[in-house]
Structures are given as structure tokens and as C-alpha cells.
Unconditional design. Sequence first.
Length: 133
Amino acid sequence: MQLQRDLARRLRRDHTDAEQELWKRIRDRQLGVKFRRQYSIGPYIADFCCLEQLLIVELDGGQHAEQISKDEERTAYLANGGFRVLRFWNDRVLADIDLVIEEIVRNLKVHPPHPLPSIGWGEGSGSSSGKRG
């Protein structure tokens, strides 16, 4: 768990240009919902995650063209947890960020907010019920 947390921190620090551009447009609830970046979900780290609507945005570089089956496995795992996954190529984000934002917004409007999943997602997930004894 600590290794994954350290990896997520490193990915936040060493982001790609495309990740940086998208983050500028979706951070601080600019789209009306909170996105987290490099968010741990099970064995994976999502580029951007909106827990309110169970939406994940993944940005793919050229290496993803060679690992399609791994990406499909990852998407299936996340979908099994109730998440929807949007994927964009890095060059699309850099060339036309407005179209990418429109697609994200379209997906946010189509699906109403969901309650948070009850299984242990993310760094802050614990087993506390919030009740005091």
C-alpha cells in the first residue's frame, strides 16, 4: 500500500504536459464536481477520478497503443467497481482541450451523482463507521 501511495505521489509530481493542461481545467471544482488526480483504486492509479459521479478520466500516451489488452483489463476492473472510464490520447488533449472538456462535461451531465462506493477505494479509505462508542 505504501509503495502505491509513493507511486501516486511521484506521478502527481512528474505529470505529463497533457495531464498538466487537463488538471488546470478540471481542478478546484471548475466543472462543478471534485476531481482527484493520480487516485489509487485497488491495484491501479487513475489519472483523474471524480468519486461523486464514479467517473475516471485516463490520458494515454503512445505506449498505450502497445498495451491495449492491459488497458482493457484495467477498464474492466474499474467498471466492475462501478466506475465509468473515459480515455483520451495525450495529443488530443494538447491539440483541442476544449473538445476534451466538452466530452467530460457531457458525461458528467448524463449520469446523476452516485453515493460513494462502499468498498475500500483510495488512500483515505478506512473501516471506521463514523460512530463513536
